[in-house]
Design a protein around this ligand. Sequence first.
Ligand code: TNX
Length: 550
Amino acid sequence: MTPKHLFILAILLVFTSCHTPATAQSVADNIIPKPVEVVKTGKQPVVVTGKTQIVADTRFADQAAYLQDLIVAQTGMLLPVQSSGQGKSGRYSHIRLVADSAAVNRAEMYILTAAGRDVTIKARDTRGMVYGIQTLLQLLPLQKTETASIPSVAIKDYPRFAYRGMHLDVVRHMFPVSFIKKYIDYLAFHKFNTFHWHLTDDQGWRIEIDSYPKLNTVGSWRDSTLIGHFNDVPARYDATRYGGFYTKDEVRDVIRYAAIRGIDIIPEIDIPGHSRATIAAYPEFSTKPDTTWNVATTWGMYNRQNNVLAPNPATFKFLETVFHEVADLFPSPYFHLGGDECSTMWWKADPGSQKFIQEHHLKDEKGLQTYFIEQVAGYLADKGKTVIGWHEILQGDLDTSAIVMDWAGDKEAVAAATRHHRVIMTPGKPLYFDNYQSKDPNDSLAIHGYNPLDAVYKYEPVPAALQNTALEKYILGAQGNVWTEYMGNPAKVEYMVFPRMTALSEVLWTPANKKDYEDFKRRLKTAIIPRYNYWHTSYFKDFEKWTSDK
Ligand code: TNX
């Protein structure tokens, strides 16, 4: 071939790659998280128009309405919904939502087939159906249209890990219910199944409590908030009252919303440290009952300001009542009791705590921390809840039903699994999405630490020491944590989580041998960034420039 021929060929290639409309078959190659199996069956594509019926088994009536809403929002086509067995199947195409526990032989699995006049999604549970729906949305055009063509495919798909979570701290900054729902929508799109709602901390109580009303009238409000970074000297404050809390009705509404989307909400009430807002409301639960504590106005209280509960009968009565009250509100079988970063210095300095340690034959202040956790685990057991705690709960000798959430790294996870605790991996590196995703000095303020996109994508939740051993099964999955000290509004949260949560979704869903970072980036750019734009979300754009080796 002469150089001239090569030139013409190159022009042709560029031309065809830019101008071929996303063909029917290519959309099936763009799905995120990447499915277990996609077969292009070479049959007739399914033509979807406003006359296409959604035909759902009664078990999936809520998901049929959910799918109808999503399709009309995405394409403008409002499809009629029918329950299966009702009416007759007309001349038009169908999207069938079918309950099938024979062909679908595992939890959260779905089988999606499209050919001729039928798109069929089969699932055995709500989650499987929700995930089939998310995949279907990715096969439909992301634009207003009166007709669309779905390629003929047979997709069989299920998750690699049972626990696929995202966390959100609503204490350091609080977000409206409308954003909490949006966040749940983002989770559902990415086939996450758990929302970990961090509801209390030093800087505020964010859930309505009837039995101890000062938690809301006092504990939900702080007088001021730090401006700038927590190590800036001198510290500056905005001198503006900040706060609020979610009412029980709002919480119930969010729970219902999440349930339709297959998402379990795990509440967290963080004790016995991280309790400054509690002792501001009720100083009698602190080591210095005569002190007037403020709700914290700065970040990072550990060993800097007293934020621990004192071990006295009134405190334990309080914990029992409040944990019971919150447990009654949430249907989740799990409840997170915190347990992290509990400084021992305030108990060391407190005669009452020392006396308690002696009288209860506890070894030391760590023994006291464990005592708190064990008491609360008992209150939660009364309500049939399985306890989750940050890995510091391992200091004690908890019953192995307690699930350990590991924010440190593989060492703690191996220790927990060796003791036969189930473990959820959420190591600061790389799953804290509050850390920087670039080293650009002009990047928006964040927690120090560098977690670029490729590090998230390449993260392997099962520690090397557990791989191919009998202990591997104790690793339930992983979670991205979103602490909001430096996220004052929803747009900033979106900037910090996108595209990192998209990468994490594939870590958790896709079989390890199907992961491929280059292909992930291709799909991200072709199919998911248009969706971020469709959602009107701000996302971090410089992810190709900022990589782990920078
Ligand atoms: C540690 S890790 C915390 C949070 C902070 C976060 C900031 C853990 C369980 N607790 O209270 O917000 O660091 O990255």
